[in-house]
Design a protein around this ligand. Structure first.
Ligand code: ADP
Ligand code: MG
Length: 253
């Protein structure tokens, strides 16, 4: 379906202004944010997505940002708008982290940044939890395996550059599954100072914890938890390709 875009000029007043200044903003703040958007060449916003602010549909909402589909030139992009009550002073740090993971082909492609906005590639697809719900009906182990493998490979590349995402235990919020690939998102809580545990955290969430692990078990029968934990332990000690591939084997990927 073609998306219908609304000029950012319309976003000066409620209810639309709530998107640019959530949960609360003064008229001055909204005007200044619209100026910022003009500098970023964002011309219009499309109110679509699975979440809402009031009655307006958006792509998503977290503690730092409100994410909407927007147009930059004639290209569709995802626009992350800093919440007015966010603990972060600006979007700069997140943009640095996103640029860094892009160097190993992870995450949405970083496009532009300003104090209150981050412009990135729009990732079309479903949150992992919704995607696996749809998949269950089809019982497709093959599709699930290739998706998980794709995500683990991304996590392996992050481990290699000593980058820790930080929130991968929550798969549903941080993996979007599209037609051809799955993408990790939200590098806001990431760090290059912590010991990376991307592969370990996400493997635990996929196969060992409650929640998602219960669902993956229903779709395909994996090795015992003991075997998986042992393979993870070895990988954690030495994050080599060899140990990673042994882990993939144990996980039947
Ligand atoms: N590049 C993107 N393309 C599509 N949807 C996105 C994109 N980035 C974020 N989202 C959606 O917006 C939600 C909130 O974004 P997120 O970066 O997690 O914000 P926060 O840092 O506030 O937690 C995500 O859960 C996801 O549903
Ligand atoms: Mg988040």
């Amino acid at each position: 379906m073609a998306h219908s875009f609304i000029s950012i000029k319309k976003f000066t007043e409620e209810p639309h202004s709530k998107i640019l200044g959530y949960p609360n903003a003064t008229n001055r703040q909204i005007k200044s944010r619209i100026n910022e958007l003009e500098k970023l060449k964002i011309k219009s916003i499309c109110l679509t997505g699975p979440t809402t602010i009031g009655s307006l549909e958006i792509l998503g909402k977290g503690y730092v940002g409100v994410v909407v589909l927007a147009k930059r030139g004639n290209k569709e992009v995802a626009l992350k708008v800093r919440r007015t009550d966010s603990q972060r002073e600006n979007m700069k740090n997140e943009s640095i982290l996103l640029n860094l993971v892009n160097t190993v082909n992870v995450g949405p492609k970083m496009i532009d940044v300003s104090k209150n906005f981050l412009v990135m590639e729009y990732i079309e697809g479903e949150k992992f939890s919704e995607w696996i719900d749809m998949l269950k009906g089809l019982g497709s182990a093959k599709k699930l395996k290739s998706t998980i493998k794709n995500v683990l490979e991304d996590c392996y590349r992050l481990d290699q550059i000593e980058f820790d995402h930080g929130e991968l235990s929550n798969i549903s919020k941080h993996v979007i599954v599209g037609k051809n690939k799955a993408t990790l998102i939200d590098f806001e809580s990431s760090s290059t100072k912590r010991r990376p545990s991307n592969v370990t955290s996400i493997t635990q969430a996929f196969f060992i914890g409650s929640g998602i692990a219960k669902q993956t078990q229903k779709i395909y029968k994996n090795s015992s938890k003991e075997k998986i934990i042992l393979a993870l332990k070895n990988y954690k000690q030495e994050k080599t390709r060899e140990n990673f591939e042994t882990l993939l084997k144990i996980l039947k990927l």
